[in-house]
Design a protein around this ligand. Structure first.
Ligand code: FE2
Length: 448
């Protein structure tokens, strides 16, 4: 992939943009295919958790959204199948009800996706990337690429919840190559949050706006299993004082006593990853914790969760130029050296494995590995405008959801940027969620 390719989409000529879109569509489809080929039809139809759709629902939903936005809206073509729109409408069909729907059987779902994709290639050959905002810079195609990759991550989370023998295989992430310090001090001052220029950025990442923050201290790496195990060993789950009232109520009701997928092994911990049990490794970021658990850990550690703005400033602000980068390492798209993304590996990398991905201030592994909970409720940036539809983000604004940032090992690079925002309920932990802590600056600490 060419360096700095996606930051200059606006400058790509039509042919280059067409190539890029075709490549990204193919990458997303290869991943959807892998995730739905490694299990049999019975497994595709089964609901592995009430939190998740049957894999075959996700698959056909991906095709249906591609048909709605690209074939019908952008292309103005005849519907492929308008009889199934309702079945695959995520707002009309709650996840728990999806297995009972008359879903397309796996073979039919695959054929439907192939038909839709053929029509998309056909219209991609002819489309002009000018005029309507929906097609400018290939936005609608980028949105559909990201949508498929986001469902692929959801399908990966379903794989983690399914029982039975392992179906997915990948090499382990790289070993640490540097020692990472404990904390980084971020000086007070303004920075630019959000974006006006990333052509495939979604509505909730826009517009760019100035945010002024007091100085703060942020962890140089995500909280590790070793640190989290110390919280457990110190009675973290049994001492109410570390928990918010809602968090404590949830912990008691659900009898939470460790991250999801952990179990005791003598004095140690084991965890289940995609059908295999493994010893919990102390230097890997903790994953599968909910917002309430993250908050309780932070209180126990004498810290707090970072606000979303604190996370983004730590990730993007370049103290030398004063500008905000697309990623911690700069403006170039992620490579294997920068971050644990793209489902190349099936769990987070140990702290210190991605020195090339660190921010200018020395904050590591902000992108990839684990989604990081922030303290911030999901809302629009100042000046937010819903695009291309309210249901993408706006209907989720409010106090129900907390923002997660940075992507996980299961996030594709096309759906991960320094500005990318994810959100979920504070009780959720089937996602690949971890966190890092922050704190206010103490009076005795000076700026470097
Ligand atoms: Fe969707």
């Amino acid at each position: 992939m060419r360096a700095s390719q996606s930051r200059t989409e606006g400058a790509l000529d039509g042919e280059q943009l067409r190539d890029r879109i075709a490549t990204e569509l193919a990458r997303a489809r290869a991943r959807s295919t892998l995730l739905t080929e490694v299990v049999d039809d019975a497994d595709l139809i089964r609901q592995h958790s009430p939190l998740m759709s049957p894999l075959v629902w996700d698959l056909a939903h991906v095709g249906n959204q591609e048909e709605l936005w690209l074939v019908r809206d952008v292309g103005g073509r005849e519907p492929v199948r308008c009889d199934i729109d309702e079945l695959y409408d995520a707002f009309k069909q709650p996840r728990r009800d999806r297995p009972a729907l008359p879903l397309l059987p796996p073979a039919e779902a695959r054929a439907y996706l192939a038909t839709v994709r053929d029509k998309v290639h056909d219209l991609l050959d002819a489309v002009a990337f000018t005029g309507r905002p929906l097609v400018a810079d290939g936005f609608a195609f980028g949105m559909i690429v990201q949508h498929e990759q986001q469902h692929d991550e959801t399908m990966l989370a379903t794989h983690q919840l399914r029982s039975g023998p392992a179906a997915l295989h990948a090499p382990p992430p790289p070993e640490p190559s540097v020692r990472v310090g404990a904390e980084v001090l971020v000086p007070a001052g303004e920075f630019s949050m959000g974006t006006d220029t990333d052509p495939w950025a979604l509505d909730n990442e826009r517009p760019a706006h100035r945010v002024d923050l007091p100085a703060y201290v942020i962890d140089a790496a995500p909280v590790t299993n070793g640190q989290y195990a110390a919280f457990i060993a110190d009675g973290g789950y049994t001492e109410q004082r570390w928990w918010s009232p809602a968090g404590w109520e949830h912990r008691v009701r659900e009898q939470l006593s460790a991250p999801m997928h952990w179990r005791r092994d003598g004095d140690d911990w084991c965890c289940r990853r995609f059908g295999r049990w493994a010893r919990v490794r102390a230097d890997e970021p903790v994953v599968h914790v909910c917002w309430y658990e993250a908050q309780a850990y932070a209180a126990w550690a004498g810290k707090r969760l970072p606000t979303e703005a604190e996370w983004e400033k730590a990730a993007r602000w370049d103290p030398t130029t004063g500008r905000s980068r697309r990623y911690p390492w700069g403006d170039d798209d992620p490579t294997e050296a920068h971050a644990n993304l793209d489902q190349r590996h099936l769990w987070p990398a140990p702290v210190g494995a991605y020195p090339a991905g660190a921010s200018p201030l020395g904050v590591h592994q902000l992108i990839g590995d684990v989604w990081e909970w922030t303290s911030t409720a999901f809302d629009g940036h100042p000046g937010f405008t819903a695009f291309p539809y309210r249901e993408y983000s706006e209907v989720f604004f409010g106090d129900d959801y907390r923002v997660l940032r940075g992507g996980s090992f299961g996030t594709d690079r096309s759906a991960c940027r320094g500005t990318f925002r994810n959100w979920d309920y504070p009780i959720r932990r089937q996602i690949f969620s971890g966190f890092r802590c922050a704190r206010d600056v103490r009076p005795d600490e000076s700026y470097r």
